[in-house]
Design a protein. Structure first.
Length: 95
């Protein structure tokens, strides 16, 4: 498996817009090649973390442009550019 972990900062006054965007984008997220998990979490101050886990690196690389397009839809409500880190090893601790 292969993972991308992205940290981001949302304008806290625009959480309602965030909720609407997330509802709109769920279908696109599900269609990412090789996607196994896509979670995003955020605090009241707008600081957030998004984790995407793919079946392999090739899928993650294939999905990169699609994922960037998803992030681009959030550009108006983000305070700063998201920062993404790549991870080559993952472990599901629930199974």
């Amino acid at each position: 498996m292969y993972a991308r972990v992205t940290t981001y900062q949302i304008d806290p006054s625009r959480f309602d817009e965030m909720d609407e965007l997330l509802d709109e984008l769920k279908g696109k997220c599900k269609s990412l090649p090789g996607i196994l998990v896509y979670n995003t979490v955020w605090r009241k101050d707008g600081q957030g973390v998004s984790t995407t886990i793919y079946d392999c690196r090739a899928s993650a690389e294939e999905a990169a442009a699609m994922l960037q397009a998803i992030w681009d839809q959030f550009s108006d409500i983000l305070i700063a550019e998201p920062v993404t880190e790549l991870y080559t090893r993952t472990e599901n601790m629930l199974i």
